[in-house]
Design a protein around this ligand. Sequence first.
Ligand code: NAP
Length: 495
Amino acid sequence: MESRFDAVIVGAGFGGIGAAIQLNRLGYERILIVDREDDLGGTWHVNRYPGLTVDVPSTTFSYWFEPNPNWSRMYAPGAELKTYAEHVADKYDVRQFMRFNTTVEGARWDSDAEVWRVALDDGETLTASFLVAATGFLCQPCMPEIAGLDTFEGRIIHTAKWDGDYSFHGRRTAVIGTGSTAVQVVPELAKEASELTVYQRTPIWVMPKFDFGFSPAVRRLFARVPLAQRILRWFTDTGMDLMMVLAMWKFRRFRALNVAAERVSQALRFLSIRDEELRRKLNPDYDFGCKRPTLSNSYYRTLAEPHVHLETAGIERVEGDGIVTRDGRKNLVDTLVLATGFDVWEANLPAIEVIGREGRNLGKWWRENGFQAYQGISVPYFPNFLTMASPFAWVGLSWFNTVEYQMRHMDRLLGELQRRNAQIFEVSEQANSRFFDRMTELLDDSVFHLGTCATSRSYWFSPSGQAPLFRPTSVRNAVEEQHRFPLSDYTFTRS
Ligand code: NAP
């Protein structure tokens, strides 16, 4: 069975929704968005753990072209992001393109027919002129390799597969992991669990969260006078962009900023926790910026509560009824929460097998030649292919920064394709190499190269120690370049 589309987009999160809106604006109507989940929203559909909020100001965490006056707070709860995704999909009429519970096995460029053949797990093959991988960076839940985990007789819940009906009331609960997710879920679990033990391998830098609610009057103002929200957004956008550029990409010159951030985190710890030993255990030994820092006003305070314990001895094994640490102690546990994050590399870059021209396998090529993508979106030997969660694509801290600069790239690239009455685009190897070299050089000044990051265990580093996820420029630069990248960086061919 075969169906022919202008574009197949893999993923119905904010990336896939943005790509569909852009393609539709360019006049493409036969679009199919496939997603393995049962509804749209990506991360914000899948993650439902208690305490989930954005950790980027909501004013910045939204499409520029679709401000949302309905955020209840500066850092909106996760459910509001899901509602926003539904609103955007409906308003821009892209829900009609979506097919759920559909898993893509892989895609192959058919050089003879000059189309993508996209294989689904039910045996169907889709045919499309364009293929867009909008599969996200954080979508393959990571199950930790801990001896005996499968022998645990209580309940195991990964935060990305939350069971909202399960009650933690009175349960001896253990949380493994202390990343952004754990920092949000731990204070919530502590409200219910009888005992809560947090297993920390690597401490995280926690910053104060300047959060506040938007009153109904403010929300009405945002709805009636969008400029009011735009002004607030200007501050949050500029603040986030400056922070990233100075603390991460210009670390060589502005290292003092990172040190200042560390002092702020230490002050928060000092104000929240009286126990000096506990404070010491929570102090990261790597530079601020090596690993995603997080925001919370309650995490440290929660760890100071009498029924909450921080365990740093390291996990030796899990047994049927508890966890044994390396020093031989055993902690009895009813429920085990895995806040162990996502496989960003092995199973995710790329998330599906993609075979381009002359049989080039994207995952294999990235691993042999370094993770790279021209402007974080296109790859030589992969005609008519756009990849959204790709090397050097992540710019700023808001995922919308990436999606929107990529939408602009699509606009210029596909607009030119149409003007030339051509059907196939492909980025040249020279343009890709030039971009790769420039990004690699920019990283020389970054915290990733100059900071003390060795002990951070940051997923921002690939298994081989490179840091190619981020585009080490400002958001402004990423956006501006999409309006003026040389069109000669691409070849445009008529079928
Ligand atoms: P994460 O940052 O990768 O943290 C995973 C945690 O699990 C780490 O503390 C890790 O320890 C620990 N861990 C993994 N395997 C382990 C093992 N075998 N034994 C002991 N500990 C183990 O994952 P996350 O907290 O889910 O956050 C991922 C990303 O999602 C964040 O960086 C952020 O970008 C995003 N996020 C965003 C929001 C938001 O916007 N609201 C909220 C949550 C998450 P090590 O550090 O020692 O490896």
